[in-house]
Design a protein around this ligand. Structure first.
Ligand SMILES: [Zn+2]
Length: 374
């Protein structure tokens, strides 16, 4: 058992203090090799591989491409155990993650496809560091990650499965990141500007949708409160603040959950993704309480669910849906000239990993025929 576990755990490089903080890293090459080996142990994948190899002459060497995603995020809440200053610092954990999206042959045959690339289920740590997430560290991680990716392009990973040799090259996107990390990578100092727009269409930076639903729902509540006060002042205005609390109270009555309450014992609010999903699950009740167009809430519910789903989507339909959402928001909140990043990022479905795959390999995209069920 121990031997088996050793065989599936990629080796971490020796933890080091070189940069002034404790960190350990797995090489991208080891992660890819480990993933490829484990993938080929799956019965389903193995039978696909056997079928593909039938058309090859011995010795069987199959050129493959693995597509992967990476990116860091800090995990506040994990505090370093720091008894008697042994470790000398009290920073939280910054974890850089990695995920295999798919493994295909160079001629386009699918060997493995990650069943849900929007889930953290298939994420593996690439590095763990006890340090604050700074722009410089994020940028360094990004550069190191792509240096390793480029090395593998020059010198593919070799994995032998019985008499089959897989020669694996790699393509990567850095999409397991939030807006803060994306801004650090593209050098964007304006948090109201979109890093994906700044990076351009060929960029390897992807939008992350993990917090979008919550941020968008909170934005709607704030702006519904502003909308009801003449001249639409900021939330710091006492009248807007009172209206915001009134709307939140009505939402609490309707959904039987805390809305915009301070987090017990900490900073920030008790709102989370589950609350946002709960509120958006009833567009009629939510829009009535906010006094806004129900269609707008339906648009947001649909697009936020699509962004987190594992479906392959029709880009044109998603684009239409985004444009409708944008139009409804601008019409509803006449004092809003530009959508905030949490809503604007739905415009970037295209750079999302599924669409990059589809574009590069002409994979057929499946239209979601019955979106109302999502
Ligand atoms: Zn953008």
């Amino acid at each position: 058992m121990i031997e088996y576990r050793k065989s599936i755990i990629p080796p971490f490089l020796t933890p080091n203090w070189e940069k002034g903080y404790l960190s350990c890293t797995v090489s991208v090459r080891d992660l890819i090799e480990n993933d490829a080996r484990r993938i080929t142990e799956l019965a389903d994948t193995r039978s696909k591989l056997d079928a593909i190899s039938n058309s090859y002459d011995a010795p069987i060497v199959i050129d493959c491409l693995m597509r992967v995603a990476g990116g860091p995020d800090s995990a506040t809440g994990f505090s370093q155990y720091n008894q008697e200053n042994i470790l000398g610092s009290d920073e939280s954990l910054l974890s850089e993650n990695y995920m295999c999206l798919e493994l295909i042959t160079m001629s386009g045959d699918e060997i493995y496809r990650n069943p849900n690339p929007q889930s953290d289920l298939f994420c593996r740590p690439r590095s763990l560091s006890w340090t604050k997430e700074t722009d410089a560290i994020t940028l360094e991680m990004y550069n190191n990650f792509f240096d390793e990716i480029n090395d593998i392009k020059d010198d593919p990973v070799i994995v032998n499965v019985d008499n089959i040799r897989l020669r694996i090259t790699v393509e990567a996107i850095y999409s397991l990141i939030d807006g803060k990390a994306a801004n650090a990578i593209v050098g964007n100092k304006n948090t109201h500007a979109c890093p994906v727009c700044i990076a351009g269409v060929d960029s390897v930076i992807g939008p992350s949708y993990f917090h979008s639903r919550l941020n968008s729902a909170e934005w709607l509540i704030r702006n519904a409160a502003k909308k009801n006060i003449p001249n639409n002042p900021a939330l710091t205005n006492p009248e807007v603040r009172a209206e915001h609390r009134k709307i939140s109270n009505n939402l609490e009555d309707q959904f039987k959950a805390h809305v915009n309450r301070p987090k017990p014992g900490g900073s920030g609010s008790s709102n989370n993704g589950n609350l946002a999903r709960l509120m958006l699950s009833d567009p009629t009740a939510f829009s009535n309480i906010l006094g806004i167009n129900v269609k707008l809430v339906e648009n947001l519910r649909l697009i936020s669910n699509l962004a987190l789903s594992s479906r392959r989507l029709d880009p044109e339909k998603v684009q239409q849906l985004y444009e409708e959402l944008e139009k409804n928001i601008i019409a509803e909140f006449t004092f809003v000239k530009k959508l905030p990043p949490c809503l604007h990022k739905y415009k970037h479905f295209f750079p999302n990993c599924l669409f990059i795959l589809a574009q590069l390999f002409n994979i057929k995209l499946y239209g979601a025929d019955n979106w109302s069920n999502i």
